[in-house]
Design a protein around this ligand. Structure first.
Ligand code: F6P
Length: 357
């Protein structure tokens, strides 16, 4: 008999259910006797002992279902070692619940913050296997995370829809894309949606260069310009600030986000009409795209295999088109960012896309 705990933590994304289903199907198919404990709302469930016993049936029919059947929450790593409001030691509480239920291993689905806590639990002696979820695609040790391709599809649809209205009105349009501190989602959706300018956190922009590109398009008779802006995009000027000063500046920002700041600057300098569209959390919503369904199922199958072999302490990742096992300690605390001179950036530049640099 194997006892497996499972939880989803951090922001949700598409294919979380598909990945869990992949793990459980693999275990079921092996004919091993397995008990599954699904912890509710991320690490909170593990801390406070909130769980449901699940069977293979609970994972049936969820391949196409968005969100997570276990619920999720953000439990910041920064404060995970601090006692909660009632003085409870959260790390100890997680360990106790794990041991009380006599778990053989804990399968954790999450992004960056989640992996830091997962690695801490590993260091504390728990058997951990993780799966890389996030629309941001910023996890170290894997070429791709599940949720990313689905989000690219949604952000691309948003840009596609903006194209027609931008063309009719001859406007400059900004579409703000999620991605936290990295630009993978914006770069891919921007290229797929035919954006003329793409602003990324990894390539600080100069507003005058952005305007140069808009004016260049005007001169060529293009009636509109589409700018894909990552929510974490930053100007060259701000990128020079020490982190603390930049944080303070952000606290005082009068605009709701960087896109509105860019729009205001363009409007002020050129007198052009600029509109901003923010698809926001729609990028994390809805059914996983077929790619993510397959990808998450493959990752889940490998996680199931690891459990059956009794190999723990790994994130199941994807490298050079292969599903791979990456030691958790190599993943935790590292961000996978776009290299400003990556070939994809060079190719985008050859296509005439401006990064405002
Ligand atoms: O990490 C996924 C993500 O959607 C980021 O792209 C975004 O910055 C953040 O989560 C939003 O977080 P929340 O759902 O807490 O508003």
């Amino acid at each position: 008999m194997r006892r497996i705990g499972m939880l989803t933590s951090g922001g949700d994304c598409q294919a979380l259910n598909a990945a869990m289903r992949g793990v459980v199907k693999t275990l079921d198919y092996s004919k091993e006797e397995v008990e599954i404990y699904g912890f509710l709302d991320g690490y909170k469930g593990l801390i406070y002992g909130k769980f449901q016993m699940l069977t293979g049936k609970d994972f049936s029919g969820i391949l196409t279902k968005g969100g997570t059947i276990l619920g999720t929450s953000r439990t910041p790593f920064k404060t995970i070692q601090d006692p909660d409001e009632n003085g409870l030691n959260k790390v100890e509480a997680m360990k106790q619940n794990y041991y009380k239920l006599q778990l053989d291993c804990l399968v954790i689905l999450g992004g960056n913050g989640t992996h830091k806590t997962a690695n801490l639990l590993r260091q504390e002696g728990l058997n951990i296997i993780t799966l890389p979820k996030t629309i941001d695609n910023d996890l170290w040790g894997t070429d791709m995370t599940f949720g990313f391709q689905s989000a690219v599809n949604i952000a691309t649809d948003a840009i596609d829809c903006i194209h027609t209205t931008a063309a009719s009105h001859g406007r400059v349009f900004i579409v703000e894309v999620m991605g936290h501190k990295v630009g993978w989602l914006t770069l891919n959706a921007g290229m797929a949606g035919g954006a003329d300018i793409i602003l990324l956190p990894e390539i600080p922009y100069d507003i005058d260069k952005v305007i140069e590109k808009i004016e260049d398009r005007d001169r060529k008779g293009c009636r509109f310009t589409i700018i894909a802006v990552a929510e974490g995009a930053i100007s060259k000027e701000d990128a020079k600030l020490p982190k603390k000063d930049y944080k303070k500046k952000l606290e005082k920002r009068v605009h709701p986000s960087v896109s509105y700041e860019v729009a205001a600057a363009i409007q002020e300098k050129t007198g052009r009409e600029v509109r901003v569209t923010v698809p926001g959390h729609t990028q994390r919503g809805g059914s996983p795209c077929p790619y993510d369904r397959v990808f998450a199922s493959r990752l889940g199958a490998e996680a199931g295999k690891l459990i059956l072999e009794g190999h723990y302490g790994f994130m199941v990742g994807y490298k050079n088109r292969e599903i791979v096992r990456v030691p958790l300690e190599d993943v935790a605390g590292k961000l996978k960012m776009i290299e400003p001179d990556a070939t994809i950036i060079q190719e985008a530049k050859l296509l005439g896309i401006s990064f405002g640099d």
